[in-house]
Ligand binder design. Structure first.
Ligand SMILES: Nc1ncnc2c1ncn2[C@@H]1O[C@H](COP(=O)(O)OP(=O)(O)OP(=O)(O)O)[C@@H](O)[C@H]1O
Ligand SMILES: [Mg+2]
Length: 329
């Protein structure tokens, strides 16, 4: 059984201009010990999917559907229970570590607070465990950094500190939302290596959110491609990079057809990104920009087709065939 399961998860915001349908009918499994990457362009609903799982949606949001953790429904749980899950089972690190660290408090007090509050450790024991964790995320001069304020550390160091903090309570799932966006390329690849090490050492299951295809290729076991709040395609990373089924994935990968190529930001696609405001589009959100679609794509939401470990939602791709035949269509 999957460690985390979403079924028909939707997130809608009420705004003065009308409803914003940020996430529509998303179903996926996060399996024990895997690194699953969610990839998609800005505004495709990646972060809101994560916030829905964490119970951290904005006040004007409404979530529907189901999120199960260890078989138990957690969508709509009372805030006290959700806070407990966030403290011990599912941790999240954010794009900009500076906004998640308190600039006025030393790293030592921010880190030990987590352990003293949630595990009732003594000051000395908490300090020991925090420094050990900082060392395990390869933070140089861990003891010195531990006593400093966040602004005394570089962006890469702060991200390591955030990752260390998120691991203190040994979460079973780590959601990393664009963990490397604010960092330069060398540090980015070090953070990717770190995520892989964390999975190996602690057995942590990782949900990696990114629009960086290089990160996806170098790090994840499986990838889920989102567009306009919907899942376009899901499958093992290598298979998707080798033979994408969905026209959107294919368009994304055209510029970067091989795993061993240097790949980074998503290439730009002609046309406008979907407008999430107003009624949910009746057809596939990618249809206005799709090269292979026709009129029916504007009027029908494609069902999800499956073959082996792969799934896709496209009317123009054969329902039953494996990816090789389908990709050649
Ligand atoms: N509080 C809010 N009220 C209204 N709309 C919102 C709110 N928060 C997010 N949205 C909208 O939800 C949609 C999905 O946003 P989300 O943050 O999930 O995108 P994303 O895929 O994470 O993008 P990025 O790569 O830029 O982080 C966007 O259209 C965004 O404008
Ligand atoms: Mg985001």
């Amino acid at each position: 059984m999957a460690l985390l399961q979403t079924r028909n998860l939707s997130v809608t915001f009420s705004t003065a201009d009308g409803p914003v349908h940020a996430v529509n009918d998303i179903s996926f499994n996060l399996c024990r010990g895997e690194i699953l990457a969610i990839v998609g362009e800005s505004g495709s609903g990646k972060s809101q999917t994560a916030f829905a799982i964490m119970g951290l949606l904005a006040r004007n949001a409404h979530a529907a559907g189901s999120v199960r953790f260890g078989g138990k429904e957690i969508l709509g749980l009372h805030e006290t229970s959700m806070a407990r899950i966030r403290a011990s089972d599912i941790a999240m690190i954010f794009q900009n570590p500076m906004t998640s660290l308190n600039p006025y408090k030393r790293i030592s007090s921010q880190m030990t607070e987590v352990l003293r509050l949630h595990q009732g450790l003594s000051r000395r024991e908490a300090r020991f465990q925090c420094i050990e964790m900082l060392k395990s995320v390869n933070l140089a001069d861990a003891e010195i950094r531990f006593e400093q304020f966040p602004h005394e550390c570089s962006g890469g160091m702060r991200q390591r500190i955030m990752i260390a903090m998120s691991l203190l309570c040994r979460p079973r799932i780590l959601i990393a939302d664009e963990p490397t966006t604010a960092l330069d390329v060398t540090i980015q690849s070090q953070i990717v290596e770190l995520l892989k090490t964390i999975r190996q050492v602690y057995g942590t299951t990782i949900l990696l959110i990114t629009h960086d295809l290089g990160l996806v290729a170098g790090c994840s076991d499986r990838v889920m491609v989102m567009y306009g709040g919907r899942v376009m395609e899901t499958g093992p990373t290598e298979e998707i990079f080798a033979a994408p089924v969905h026209p959107y994935t294919a368009t994304l990968l055209e510029a970067v057809p091989r795993l061993d190529r240097e790949v980074s930001e998503l290439p730009s696609i002609p046309g406008n990104p979907p407008n999430m405001l107003g009624p949910i589009p009746e057809g596939c959100p990618f249809s206005p920009r799709c090269q292979v679609g026709d009129q029916t794509c504007f009027t029908r939401i494609p069902e999800v087709s499956r073959s082996g470990q792969r799934s896709w939602a496209c009317l123009k791709r054969d329902k039953g065939t494996g990816h090789e035949t389908v990709a050649g269509n």
